[in-house]
Design a protein around this ligand. Structure first.
Ligand SMILES: [Zn+2]
Length: 389
């Protein structure tokens, strides 16, 4: 790969013909059309999120004469360049010069580019940027792109995969799942965590359809001219969840719905009954893990481990242990009530505190409370054999 340092390119030249696409959230062209600011394998523009602090910082740095760092262009052909690294910074500059956002002046008032004094405007426009122009094979450039993290926000896993497997499939996938203008995003956001711009929705859709093998799937479908399967599968999962669970709860966000769909979508559920059960568990003070409620219900309401039901505290267990043991010693039998009715040598065994576990006499799932009154110590073997606590 060949690189040449360019030091004479001004902001004015870069911003010549700058176009920002509001719908797709990206800067498109500069240098009078010669420069493609956001090639398809680049991430969306994210400097405007967080209240735009980052894009304001870029402009303030330029006004103060601070360097804004190296920028890398890829020479595509004699007449074409694309931004390899620096897309966020260039888009910030282009957006400012075209009045898409304002900075604060000395008095703290908002000021956009066209409202600035001429000398300040010129200061920005004649600023030159440090640009490396790279020339090389596509594979070299992509490999290198994968390893650079020069910009302030490192690429995340899905952004890297989008770069590595760039092509029609990624482009179409991003159009559907990385587009904040997509009207479905709000509905999907009830079940998928993360941000559209950072590719979290696309990642989830790929993760679900590929059963966790995102890279493989992207490689196999790289040159597909449609994303029908991806859309269909994602839609099936979301439709299934929303038909089984009518109420949308905040704990549903980010659960492994793809796995749960695979495991349970062929089972029939009565949504009304399910809703009642969800509400009851939400109101149960003993349920510590609300995120587990949905899988618990899907699995037939037996695996209480998923709910992390509040357990007996140490003091309760110790006090029950000593009462139970004192009684047992008096009678000359085991302090585990299940051992007493057994037929082996343990009939009379006095277990130590550490060899026993607390059990709900009346099971929690059948309404038993986690209180001393409902607590019994059993030897570990018998407690574990009881299972559903
Ligand atoms: Zn026992």
């Amino acid at each position: 790969m060949k690189t040449t340092l360019k030091i004479e390119i001004t902001i004015k030249a870069i911003c010549e013909g700058f176009v920002y696409n509001e719908l797709e959230g990206k800067g498109l062209f500069g240098l009078s059309g010669k420069l493609t600011i956001q090639p398809e394998y680049q991430r969306n523009y994210i400097y405007s999120s967080d209240g735009g602090k980052k894009e304001v910082a870029v402009i303030e740095s330029i006004l103060k004469g601070y360097p804004i760092g190296l920028i890398y262009f890829n020479k595509v052909d004699d007449d074409g360049l694309e931004v390899l690294d620096g897309q966020q910074r260039i888009t910030s500059i282009g957006r400012f010069v075209t009045d898409k956002f304002a900075i604060k002046d000395e008095n703290g008032n908002p000021q956009n580019f066209s409202g600035m004094a001429k000398d300040k405007q010129d200061k920005i426009l004649i600023t030159t940027l440090l640009i490396y122009e790279c020339e090389g094979k596509e594979s070299e450039i992509k490999e290198w792109f994968k390893t650079i993290n020069i910009a302030g926000v490192p690429l995340n896993n899905q952004e890297l995969l989008n770069a590595v497997y760039s092509g029609p499939f990624v482009t179409l996938g991003k159009e559907e799942f990385s587009n904040s203008q997509n009207a479905n995003i709000q509905k999907w956001g009830a079940y998928v965590a993360g941000s559209v711009n950072r590719q979290d929705f696309l990642e989830r859709a790929l993760d679900w359809v590929s059963k966790g093998n995102v890279g493989d799937y992207m490689s196999r479908h790289r040159f597909d001219k449609n994303v029908a399967e991806l859309k269909r599968y994602f839609g099936s999962v979301v439709d299934w969840v929303s038909s089984v669970f009518i109420d949308v709860e905040s704990e549903m966000r980010g659960l492994e719905w793809g796995r749960l769909y695979e495991q349970y979508h062929k089972k029939a559920y009565d949504p009304v009954k399910v809703t009642g059960e969800v509400r009851k568990l939400y109101g149960d003070p003993y349920v510590k893990n609300r995120k587990g409620i949905f899988e618990y219900i899907l699995g037939g309401s037996t695996d209480t481990k998923l709910l992390d039901v509040r357990i007996f505290d140490e003091a309760t267990k110790r006090s029950i242990y000593s009462t139970q043991t004192a009684k047992a010693e008096k009678k000359g039998q085991s302090n585990c009530s299940n051992c007493v009715i057994g037929h082996d040598a343990n009939k009379c065994k006095i277990w130590s505190f550490g060899e026993m576990e607390a059990d709900h006499v009346s099971a929690w799932s059948k309404g038993g409370k986690t209180t001393a009154k409902n607590c019994e110590m059993l030897c570990k073997t018998h407690n574990r054999a009881k299972g559903n606590r």
